[in-house]
Write a protein that binds this ligand. Structure first.
Ligand SMILES: [Zn+2]
Length: 293
């Protein structure tokens, strides 16, 4: 009898502990099973330079963020939303937490951002020279263009090659200036070595939202076109010899908008095409060869 009583004393706190644990587990399990948002990341194992699509099932506009940074979400079909997270060579590889809220619910997803090696260049410059700083006018115009986020999706399918010339510099190339690694530099686009006067075509449809010329002070970028594809996706074309469009024009995919040149700070004629997502220059390769909705 006495030993049985002892056993009960020992068992009792164990039973209480166990039932508390079970209750906690059922709350956690219940919440994640019943009240979770449906969210999907594509690609699910991104590397530096990739654009990550966040697909969300919700009835009202969800919010998508990593830390304090928010990414706008747009309806793609009723009750389905998509936000783009741009990644660049300047991001730190490693685990990221994507927080999505919608319909009064919150979901946190792990996004492992993998490292990627980019080619490097060693540039030797004469520091006594003035360099090629943009003018204030140029800087303000280009910055405003990159911040543009408009509601309508204007691209459709894979992006076209903007010039027939061979690729002379890929996305993401990093630099050493006079032997010192440039922390905030990476090649924010792709260079095509088409000759002076060869056509520059719109890789996707959109509205022309920036035209800048050397005459107006575009001494770094040279003659420039900015093309808004909508929903935070935009192309910029630099160093042009000719511009055939004006701000406000709508252009179709494949339409000739300008010609290759050597204006601005360049060592030779080429087209620089930069593709921006929510203000960051991302690797356009995935956009060229896949349909990103
Ligand atoms: Zn370039």
């Amino acid at each position: 009898m006495f030993t049985r009583y002892l056993k009960l004393l020992i068992k009792f706190p164990l039973l209480i502990g166990l039932s508390i644990l079970t209750a906690i587990a059922s709350i956690i399990f219940g919440v994640s099973r019943v009240d979770a948002l449906q969210v999907m990341l594509t690609p699910n194992a991104p590397k530096l330079g990739d654009t990550v699509s966040v697909l969300i099932a919700a009835s009202n506009t969800p919010t998508v963020s990593i830390g304090r940074k928010q990414y706008p979400a747009f309806a793609i079909v009723p009750n389905r939303w998509r936000a783009f997270i741009p990644t660049t060579p300047l991001d730190k590889a490693g685990p990221k937490q994507v927080v999505v809220t919608g319909d009064g619910l919150q979901q946190t997803l792990a996004m492992p951002l993998a490292n990627r090696q980019f080619p490097t260049q060693r540039i030797w410059i004469d520091e006594s020279g003035g360099g090629s700083e943009p003018t204030d006018y140029e800087w303000d115009k280009v910055s405003a263009f990159k911040k543009l986020v408009t509601a309508q999706k204007l691209w459709n399918g894979a992006f076209l090659r903007p010039n027939d010339g061979e690729i002379t510099s890929v996305f993401g190339v990093q630099r050493y200036y006079n032997g010192v690694f440039a922390d905030d530099y990476y090649h924010r686009g792709v260079d095509y070595g088409g000759g002076v006067g060869s056509p520059v075509i719109a890789p996707a449809a959109g509205y022309i939202r920036l035209v800048g010329t050397v005459g107006q002070g575009f001494r770094l970028h040279g003659n420039t076109i900015g093309l808004d594809h909508g929903q935070g996706v935009a192309s910029i074309f630099l160093h042009l010899s000719k511009i055939y469009v004006k701000e406000g024009d709508f252009v179709k995919a494949g339409q000739t908008i300008g010609a290759v040149g050597a204006t601005g700070a360049v060592t030779g004629a080429h087209l620089h095409w930069g593709l921006y997502v929510n203000g960051e220059a991302i690797d356009p390769v995935a956009w060229r060869y896949a349909t990103i909705e």
